[in-house]
Design a protein around this ligand. Sequence first.
Ligand code: NCD
Length: 305
Amino acid sequence: MKAVIDILDLSKDEILELIDTAQDIIRDPDKYAHACDRKKLATLFFEPSTRTRMSFEAAMYELGGHVISMSSAGSSSAAKGESVADTAKTVSCYADIIAMRHPKEGAAYVAAMNASVPVINAGDGGHCHPTQTMADLLTIYREKGRFDHLTIGVCGDLKFGRTVHSLVGAMSRYEGNRFILISPEELKLPSYVKQEVLKARNIPYEQTTDLEKALPKLDILYMTRVQRERFFNEEDYLRLKDSYILTTEKMKLAPENMIVMHPLPRVNEISVAVDNDPRAAYFKQVLNGKYMRMALILKLLGIKP
Ligand code: NCD
C-alpha cells in the first residue's frame, strides 16, 4: 500500500489489524522502540495543526525514527509558487514516508501520485481526515467494545467538518449502525456523503437541528467545531458558531453509557465542566491517535517488529 488518502482506502480487516497493532504497542511499547530506527517521516503541514502534527511526530519518535519538517507553509517553497507535485517529488528524496495537511481538497492525492514514498493524508481541506478517524475508531473500540449496532450523533459543522465525512464513511461499513445528523440548516452533511455513503449502503439516518431531542437516543455523540476557515464570510460564521454548546445540564439528557467525542480543537461547543464527566472521551481520542499513527507508519513502511 502506498497511500492513505481516504479512510476507505483501508479495508475493515486492515482497520482491525491496525487496532491490534495499536493495542500491542500500548501493552508493550519497548518492543517497538527501535522499529523505525534510521527511518524519516516528513510532516508537510500547509494548515494549522497541534494534535495531528505532534502526534505524527511523537509516533515516529516512539518508534525510534526521525522527523523532518518545514517550520511553516509560509517559509517553504510553496510560498514561491512550487506545486504540491514538485514538493512531493522533492521530499521523497529526503524521507521514507510523508504526512501532509493542505487546505485544498485532493492535495494529498496529488502528492501521493507524485511521491515515491507512502503519503498519509493528514487533512485535505473540507474533504477527509483518515488518521483522525483511526483515532476515533480506536476510541470507539476501547470505550464501547464494538463498531456495530451503534446510534451515532454527529453534531455541529457537518458541511465543512472533514473528520465527520471520514467517520461517517468508516462507521457505515458496520452492521446495524444509524446516524443522527445534528446541525444548523446551512451546515448539513454534504449531499455527496449522503448519496455515496449513507444512501448507497442503506444506512438509516435522520437530520435534525435539535441536540436535546437527539441526546437520549445516542450511544456516541461526536461534537465538532464550526470550521471558521472554510467560511466565505465572517458574518455567517459569527451567526452559526455557537449553534450547539454541550453543557453538564444537557448531559443529564444523555444515556449513562453514551460517550462524548470531539476531534478537537474545541472552541465553545463543549463547556469545560463536561470534561469531568466520565463519558467525556475526547482527550482519550488524542492519545489513541498517537497509537494508531504508530501502527499506520509501521504498516506503510512494511515493518513488523
Ligand atoms: C480536526 C481537523 O483538522 O479537521 N482537527 C484535528 O485534526 N484533530 C478538526 C478541526 O479542526 O475542527
